[in-house]
Ligand binder design. Sequence first.
Ligand SMILES: [Zn+2]
Length: 718
Amino acid sequence: MKKRYLVTAALPYANGPLHIGHLAGAYLPADIYVRYLRLMGKDVVFVCGSDEHGAAITVKARKEGVTPREIVDKYNAILKDTFEKIGIAFDMYHRTSEPIHHETSQGFFRRLNEKGEFIEETTEQYYDEVANQFLADRYIIGTCPVCSNPDAYGDQCEKCGTTLSPTELISPRSTLSGSTPVKRPTQHWFLRLDQHENWLRQWINTGELEGVALHNPNEWKNHVLGQCNSWLEQGLQPRAMTRDLDWGVDVPQELPGSAGKKLYVWLDAPIGYISATRQWALDHGRDWEPYWKSEDTALIHFIGKDNIVFHCLIFPAILKAHGEYILPVNVPANQFMNLEGRKISTSRNWAVWVHEYCQELPGQEDALRYNMVKNMPEQRDSEFTWKGFQETTNTELVNNLANFVNRVLVLTQKYYEDGCAPQFDAARPFKSGWGVETEGNYAAELRRIREHLLEMGREIERFNFREALRLLMEVSSAGNALLQFNEPWRTVKEDPETVRTVLHLGLQYVAALSVAARPFLPFSAERLRKMLALPPLEDQGDLEAMLAVLEKGEPLLPAGHLLGVAGHLFSRIPDEVIAAQMAKLESADAQNAAAAAAAAPKTINYAPMKDIIQFDDFAKMDIRTGKILTAEKMEKSKKLLKLQVDLGFEQRTILSGIAEHFTPEEVLGRQVVVLANLAPRPMMGVESQGMILMAEDQDGKLSFVSPQEGWPSGFGVR
Ligand SMILES: [Zn+2]
């Protein structure tokens, strides 16, 4: 067992809000783990913060017409507020734009440079000659060589998911100016990852480094080890740790060639965990170094699967290269959570945004947390559906947990007028809640709760949060069964002694839940404490202390303890709420479809060319300017307008098939072009003496072909 814990959760990128996939992937498991450790009296520091550098920030700023600073300020505030509202209890939520972080990450860079961990290399990179700057991968768009998506980014095609480099794009273009970028030489610092490959392979797979066991690979998730090994099998290559950018941490200015260079965001971001710990220590008068440099510390990174390579290979290589830092004992990355059968997509707004959830379902924060754990993508991708959310909330949280708590408190306050936990006889037999109508024993029942919660804790320590939650809820189910089997509402008159014992025991169940539920349902645990008139938890070994009391078979709430007011722990999710959320997703979908249709290049079908004619053929046509004097609909015809057309030297009656496109009023007085020597043709009893020339597009829309305003009628067109 380690002396202390340093727990990190992936730094969210400060260019957008938080969705449920983020929550279920990294933040909630980290929060549950940390809350549990605190309840067990462990020394733990939990850090996170906004990742505020990199091209994705500058791209977003450009798109919104604001500065990168405005973007990160805006989203940092939203992220911080969202975490607080959904109850993620960081010790420090920091920002990578803080000076202490710039200083820390530059310190790392200097140290690595001094130790010869970098090679400086000049490579050819795309440069925008109009915008006068090198282009970050995200600033280059082109056709994907794999799926032909015309809008693939320089680092990835979002359509087929292929990881790309800008030089692989077909017909690349700059998103800054739209111009075609040119290749120019630029010098960068490359971390020699190839030199770290051997020890990384050994450390990942055996947990050993230089003969010391640092972690147990059997405790690592298979998919994490699998992803690491697939990278290692391909062989690690030197990787550029600097970029040509104008937003980020400067490469230390004393180094030659540093002008205009910033640290690669994946170098600076994980160092953000260290800066956050330093800031926490400063704020609390503590020493940060043991948390990062002592082998007594367990360092654990909670992340989503898309960050595995950075946390299991690149960051450990950086920490080891520095020389003073410990390596993580585990990186329990989760897989992805899908939404209603599809991948969550930020750009397509196919997501449940956590800050919107908190606004739209106030007071239901724990219901979201519960559903996230219930569907946590621990070993494989999982799925969230609103229907499932409703059903789980209504059956498990309302019918099981809330109903149990309410019954115990309401019955106690109904039967015992002083509103206190009743005096009871611990030797009185009753029916146990743990087996079908087996005889209960007060102390044994409490020990049973303890065993269950110990098992729950072991599952949390193994990062099996779904199983841990199931075990917690079994305690609530057993409490419900205790009432169900003993039916105090039926037996209170004939057997008041047993009812006292049963209800007193029921209160102990609730008291146990008010502590043990805290990692998963912190808001509800707090409400339970109030209903029981117990002091708020201190997060310093409360669970550990409670388990010790239960082990002795002693009550958590003594007889005579005055209870608080019973209330509703959870409320039902009505159908309207689910319908409204589904409508929101559908409208996002409709907007996407409309945007896609608007953006799609229209295929134009030009009519094929007719056969070549000689000038003489053309010269045979007598085409003249004219003006429409009168217009009326032809009776019994949908298509024809009957027009009187002035040709200057004479007037003609012309039937024109334009009635479905123009009303008579619209064409009155228009200047037109007329084929004047077309053989007269009788139509519907009227002789048409010529033809008005019209232009027609591929959809069959018509346009008049007119001479310029005021042009006299009767003159030739050639
Ligand atoms: Zn593609």
